[in-house]
Ligand binder design. Sequence first.
Ligand SMILES: [Zn+2]
Length: 375
Amino acid sequence: MTALYHCPKCGATIPADRPIWRCACGSHLNLAPGPGLARGDIAGADASLWRYRRAVALDGPPQVSLGEGWTPLVIRDWAGTSVHFKLESQMPTGSFKDRGTAVMLNHLIEVGVGPIHEDSSGNAGSSIASYAAAAGLRCRIYVPVTAPRGKIVQIAASGAEVRAIPGTRQAVTDAALAAVGDSFYASHNWHPFFIEGTKTLAYELWEQLGFRVPDNILVPTGYGSNILGLDRGFDELQRRGEIEKEPRLFAVQAENCAALAAAWAAGAEDFVPFTPVATAADGIATVKPVRTAEVLAALRRSKGGVAAVPEAEIAPALRALGRLGLFVEPTAATAGAALSRLLRDGTIGPGETTVVMLTGHGLKATDKIAELLAV
Ligand SMILES: [Zn+2]
C-alpha cells in the first residue's frame, strides 16, 4: 500500500509514489502514521534496521544497504548513575544519519530518481554520499568550508562531488536550493522518508531493553530528525498496543546556537528569532529547523524538554566520555553535558532508565577535538 504525504500548511494529501521533497505550496511534508510493529513482526536473524522492514514504508525489499542499524546499547556509570549509551557512532559511516539515509535512498530508488544533491554540516553529507556510491547514483554535496576535515575527506572518498561554501550554514542550504532542477534535492532535513528511517531507533531501543521503553532519552538535536523518528516509532508501538507509555524525550542543544531552546523558553509553538553564535558542536548548529513546530510538539507530548549546554561544558563532557572508552565528536558530547545537568537538577532521577544517544564518532572530527582537549 502506498504511503501518503500530508502537508501541514495547505492540507494537501499526496501519494508517496513520486520523487518530491516538499509540497507545491512550499511547505515541508510529513508521512501519515504507519501501521506500526508487533514484536512478532521482527525479522530477528537480520542484524540491521531491516529486521523492522515490515513497518518501514517501502514497496519492496531494500536495494541498497551497508548493514546500518542494530547498534550497541552499553551500560556505563555516569556520576554514580547507571546509564545506557546508544552507540549510533558505530554506524557504517560513523553517525546516526545512516538510519535515515538508508531508508530515504531506498525510497528514492523505488520512485526513480537520477543524480542527487544535498547540503550538510558534514555527517549527513558523508552518509548520503556513501549510500549514493553504494547505489551507483551520481551525488554532489554542499558543505560549509568550516566543516571538520574528516567529514569532507569522507565525502570526497565516496566519489561524490564536494562543494565547500563560505559563509553561514544558511548560505550552504541556499546553494543547494539553487541547484534544484539540475538534480534531485535529497535533503535529509526536508525529506519525510529520512524520519521514516530514524523511527527504527525507537523499535531498536524497545527491543534491546527487553521490549520495554526507557524513562528518558537524551538526543543531541539540530533539525530534530531523531526526536521526530523516536516520536513516530514509539507512537506506532503504542497504537499497536505494544507499549503503554512513551519515554520522555530531551532535545540537547548547544547554548550558542539553540533554536529549539529559544522557542521552548518562550513557551512558543513554533520558531522564534534568536542570535546564533559559533559552537564546537557543529552538527547541531541549526539556525532554522524545518520542522520546529513538530519537534516542539513531540517534546511536549513526551513530557520531556530541551536542555541547552553552555560551550564551556562540551570539552569536559567529551573528556569524561573518552575516559569511559566512548570516543565521540563534540556534537555528541553535548548529550553527556546535558545528562550531568539533568541529574544535578533532579529532572532525571538515579533510579530511572536513561538512554544517551551518542550520534557521531570522534574520528570524524579529530581536528576539532584536538583543539578542544588541547592535545
Ligand atoms: Zn502544502
